[in-house]
Design a protein around this ligand. Structure first.
Ligand code: FAD
Length: 269
């Protein structure tokens, strides 16, 4: 199975949903004894066969929650299955915010760290780049901690695709809390190109999306611009240059495609 937002799990012999670290450890030790492979799954947003296994699938959704914040050191700890969307409030209450994130916040933090999940912003790194410490179960069935005292190990845990062990808890470098003002506009493709350098340099975040059809707006939770320029969207062929599928939508929206332009600039708190 390979689909957005569904768990591509294959046909595991066992699916286990532990609620405590001890239960995770017990499962890993059982798998080692039985000679079974183990894969961890976060929110299941990957549409690659990364978590498929004929062995034991560990669904870590129950291993979740923020476990600590340190406002002085700008750090936050969370259990591996914590959804990105669950970081906002507890961090805010501690005067902190995630430094960066992508446009979807349903992923588990361990899944996001393991795949290099990122947001936009030329000055900002991915989730993996914010990893400072982790507690995990290794292939010998032992709980180990890795951190800044051994950068070689820490770097191995960044974008490990689930191969290094089962992450139980992680610590991220975070930022003092901040507000963002979001601006969504619908420029033409030539306007997008003309303003490219200035938009990237002048915004904390900048991204643009080719919205080929009405579903594209829904996928990105974008408002549909006046005139609904996507209602006549054509299906691009593999050989069609994608830029040519764009049509001017401003000032009179029409044509087969539209570019949504999202720019974020820091706002006063
Ligand atoms: C609609 C959609 C929008 C997206 N938007 C963005 C975006 O804006 N920016 C971006 O960079 N990416 C984006 N992605 C990609 C997404 O962030 C990655 O697919 C991410 O891995 C999903 O996290 P997850 O919790 O679903 O991980 P899963 O798919 O469940 O797992 C991913 C990997 O992490 C491993 N893993 C999970 N939990 C653990 C654990 N506890 N210990 C060890 N390994 C573990 C798994 O074994 C697997 O290898 C998007 C994906 C979708 C479907």
């Amino acid at each position: 199975m390979e689909q957005l937002g569904r768990k591509p799990v294959g046909h595991p012999a066992y699916t286990v949903r532990p609620r405590t670290d001890e239960e995770v450890l017990e499962v890993v030790r059982y798998a080692i004894k039985a000679g079974l492979p183990v894969r961890a799954v976060g929110a299941g947003h990957s549409f690659t066969p990364l978590v498929q296994t004929g062995g034991i699938l560990l669904d870590l959704a129950g291993i979740s929650g923020i476990t600590g914040t340190d406002t002085g050191r700008l750090r936050a700890r969370a259990r591996a299955g914590t959804a990105i969307s669950d970081f906002g409030e507890p961090l805010w209450n501690a005067g902190l915010s995630l430094t960066n994130q992508g446009d979807i916040d349903k992923q588990a933090i361990a899944g996001a760290l393991s795949t290099g999940t990122h947001g936009s912003g030329v000055e900002l790194g991915s989730f993996s780049s914010a990893l400072r410490w982790a507690r995990l179960i290794n292939g010998h069935g032992e709980i180990v901690e890795i951190g800044e005292h051994d950068l070689r190990e820490l770097k191995a845990a960044q974008v490990a695709l689930g191969t290094l062990g089962i992450l139980l808890e992680v610590e991220l470098a975070v930022s003092p809390r901040y507000h963002l003002a979001e601006q969504i506009t619908y420029p033409t493709w030539s306007e997008t190109v003309a303003n490219w350098d200035a938009d990237i340099a002048g915004n904390r975040h900048y991204s643009f999306l080719w919205c080929q059809g009405e579903e594209s707006a829904g996928l990105y939770e974008l408002p549909t611009p006046r005139g609904n320029p996507w209602s006549t969207a054509a299906t691009p062929s593999a050989t069609t240059p994608w830029t040519s599928m764009k049509a001017p939508i401003s000032p009179a929206p029409r044509g087969p495609g539209a570019t949504a332009h999202i720019a974020f600039t820091p706002a006063a708190s």
